[in-house]
Design a protein around this ligand. Structure first.
Ligand code: UDX
Ligand code: ADP
Length: 477
């Protein structure tokens, strides 16, 4: 049985597959890494000569792609030959929440994973180690193995030649810090049944990760650990956001409370920043998965416990939009509001489940005209997320008298978002929002003008000195 890894294939060139494979290629120059995707636009973008056009923005990624691409890192749509040549195949495709049928709204839709498994069964040769990288519900490895093995029955001529091992190797990288997370992981988790296959994957990681950080578990523990890690992290955010509301009601300050509890080494200080609610592709989806699994296994109390983490998050987002409306005298119809930040967190162009989406929808629904700025998110993406095209350009004379019933425009210049606006709402913690010249902003806003800081990055004193009203999340002082 061949457990020497010379060539890797990764199916899925997204936020997980792209950066992870770039690091493996960088750290293992003797391994050829082929990243394949059905989305040819995405593959073309990965192959773009202009590194600013890579499909995902991740600090430090462009440098790594520059030195590895065409050396031992390749992006292509040729799934068949990449699978044929691979000793190890990573499955890094998306696993969205099901929108219909059994488990709709909670269970993961495994259709993309299943499609990959079928492709692997069809094209692979000899022995292949299949690695689950996507976050998957517990016992998906069983599904993959099942498909791999049953497909062979239909390809009898290959039956002698093809064998598989399935490993679970969940990715813990966070967007925005993916390169550092991949280069210096807290741990690498490998779940599997065959020690030789586990060793083959461990050997790859040992090129840059110390052995004591490589945890080996059974396959189900590995799958469940990934869901649990995300559920625990999201739970901390809902916890601190619930306390933020209480702080506002009682005169406490959530930053002081977070500092006070964070110094307890049992609690720890990280992931205690109150914000507009967690977003990203993982937290909600993974918790809902856990909820579904718990109900499936007859544990409704467990399901309810985790479900409350998600409902608190949704409530929290609506709470912020309601609060903005109330501070602006209960009506925002035809008022201009500057929105700073649309990505679900700083240092990424990803908007999946961003709190900004729900909050902006709420404000538009109330008739506001939003002027949205984000350094990395495109207006096209915002239109998709809001399900609404931008308002027509006011500078075009024929559009001057258009009255808006709520809508949005995009601006590349954050200061121009302040022109005539009644309020500014900071939703993403981009560093460039922490040093805004509030005097300059104040001069062009309509008074009384509010600054709502949902990320605690603006300077309270400078804002108040600039004759602006100020609200900060969790600040009841
Ligand atoms: C998360 C996990 O951190 C990562 O391990 C997993 O692999 C994928 O899911 P990611 O979604 O990229 O990573 O971002 P993360 O930094 O965890 O932030 C998630 C959300 O929580 C963001 O919306 C962020 O703004 C919010 N957050 C995070 C807070 O509101 N407060 C905090 O203190 C931390
Ligand atoms: P993640 O954040 O998990 O990486 P993304 O949505 O960013 O998720 O990336 C997943 C990628 O997987 C997408 O580019 C998508 O086109 C790709 N993909 C989905 N199904 C398949 C498949 N059957 N074969 C190849 N690529 C696939």
């Amino acid at each position: 049985m061949n457990y020497e890894i010379h060539e890797i294939c990764c199916i899925g060139a997204g936020y997980v597959g792209g950066p992870t494979m770039a690091i493996i290629a960088d750290k293992c120059p003797n391994i050829k890494v082929n990243v394949v995707d059905i989305n040819t636009n995405r593959i073309n973008a990965w192959n773009s000569n202009d590194l600013s056009k890579l499909p995902i923005f991740e600090p430090g990624l462009d440098e790594i792609v520059k030195r590895t691409r065409s050396r031992n890192l390749f992006f292509s749509s040729d799934m068949e030959s990449a699978i044929k040549n691979a000793d190890m195949i990573f499955i890094s495709v998306n696993t969205p929440t099901k929108t219909k049928g059994i488990g709709a709204g909670q269970a993961s839709d495994l259709k993309y994973v299943e499609a990959c498994a079928r492709q692997v069964a069809l094209h692979s040769l000899n022995h292949t180690i299949v690695v689950e990288k996507s976050t998957l519900p517990v016992r998906t490895a069983e599904v993959i193995k099942n498909i791999l093995e049953s497909e062979q029955i239909w390809q009898k001529e290959n039956i002698e030649k093809k064998t598989f091992d399935v490993l679970s190797n969940p990715e813990f990288l966070a967007e925005g810090s993916a390169i550092n997370d991949l280069e210096n992981p807290d741990r690498v988790l490998i779940g599997g049944q065959n020690d030789n296959a586990i060793e083959a994957l461990s050997k790859i990681y040992r090129n840059w990760v110390p052995d004591h950080k490589i945890l080996r578990t059974n396959i189900w523990s590995s799958e469940l650990a990934k869901l649990t890690a995300n559920a625990f992290l999201a739970q901390r955010i809902s916890s601190i956001n619930s306390i933020a509301a209480l702080c506002e009601a009682t005169g406490a300050d959530v930053r002081e409370v977070a500092r006070a509890i964070g110094t307890d080494s049992r609690i720890g200080s990280r992931f205690l920043d109150s914000g507009p609610g967690f977003g990203g592709s993982c937290f909600k989806k993974d918790i809902l998965n856990l909820v579904y699994l718990s109900r499936h296994f007859g544990l409704p109390e467990v399901a309810n416990f985790w479900e409350s983490v998600v409902s608190l998050n949704t409530w929290h987002q609506h709470r912020i939009s309601k609060l903005v409306i109330m501070k602006l005298f209960g009506t925002i119809s035809e008022k201009k509001i500057s929105i700073l930040g649309f990505a679900f967190k700083a240092n990424t162009n990803d908007t999946r489940e961003s709190a900004a989406i729900q909050i902006c929808k709420d404000l538009i629904e109330e008739g506001a005209e939003l002027i949205i700025h984000d350094p990395k998110v495109s207006p096209d993406q915002i239109a998709i997320d809001l399900g609404l095209a931008p308002l027509p350009d006011k500078n075009i004379s024929s559009n001057k008298n258009l009255k808006s019933n709520g809508g949005w425009r995009f601006t590349k210049d954050k200061y121009s978002s302040f022109i005539g606006s009644d309020a500014c709402l900071i939703l993403t913690e981009w560093a460039s929002y922490s040093d805004i010249d509030w005097i300059k902003a104040s001069k062009i806003m309509r008074k009384p003008a509010w600054i709502f800081d949902a990320r605690s990055i603006a300077d309270k004193k400078k804002i108040c000195d600039a004759n602006l009203l100020f609200w900060r999340l969790g600040d009841g002082s």
